[in-house]
Design a protein around this ligand. Structure first.
Ligand SMILES: Cc1cc2nc3c(=O)[nH]c(=O)nc-3n(C[C@H](O)[C@H](O)[C@H](O)COP(=O)(O)O)c2cc1C
Length: 154
């Protein structure tokens, strides 16, 4: 199933098809305990403690947003790295939903600590964590803005 999820995520679009997003799986009990107890923000401890699996989403630096000659060609500069990781995360989460799994994207954690813990290659940086597993229940989604509030026709 893990490979199925990444097989979907790899089809997410990326800047100039640079394919810079990487996925590291933590699923051993001692890995998850260490992550939960020392490497994530307090609001995420209970999520990591209850998840059977965490994906660490990372990005190979200086690819997304960059041209082949090394210059940043758009006004958004390096922020396309976050965009690419975002669409890849969403694709992974939707694929997980399709398989009957639940996910939580998490953004508050000890980036340096987790990079060391998973022996992240020097040329990558961590973007997000995704907890994944079978959900105990299906909470009601928090409200969204109405379409009319966020859509403009000119
Ligand atoms: C970039 C990003 C970072 C997030 N970080 C966290 C987080 O650290 N902890 C958490 O519990 N949820 C996190 N979330 C989940 C959001 O809080 C959640 O998607 C939002 O409240 C809407 O709820 P819903 O996805 O259940 O509809 C994050 C979501 C995104 C997209």
């Amino acid at each position: 199933m893990i490979e199925q999820l990444i097989d979907c995520a790899r089809w997410a679009p990326s800047w100039n098809n640079c394919k810079a997003v990487r996925y590291t799986v933590l699923e051993k009990e001692e890995q998850l305990q260490k992550l939960a107890n020392t490497l994530v923000a307090s609001e995420n401890i209970h999520i990591v403690k209850n998840a059977p699996l965490i994906f660490v989403i990372s990005n190979v630096k200086k690819r997304s947003g960059y041209e082949r000659d090394g210059h940043l060609s758009s006004s958004k500069g390096e922020s396309w790295e976050m965009f690419d990781a975002g669409v890849a995360c969403q694709t992974l989460c939707l694929a997980a939903t399709e398989l009957g799994l639940g996910t939580v994207i998490m953004a508050t954690f000890d980036e340096e600590g987790i990079s060391k813990f998973i022996d992240l290659p020097e040329n990558e940086e961590i973007i997000a964590l995704i907890a994944c597993g079978y959900a105990d229940d299906m909470p009601k989604a928090p409200r969204r803005k109405e379409v009319a509030e966020i859509l403009r026709f000119l």
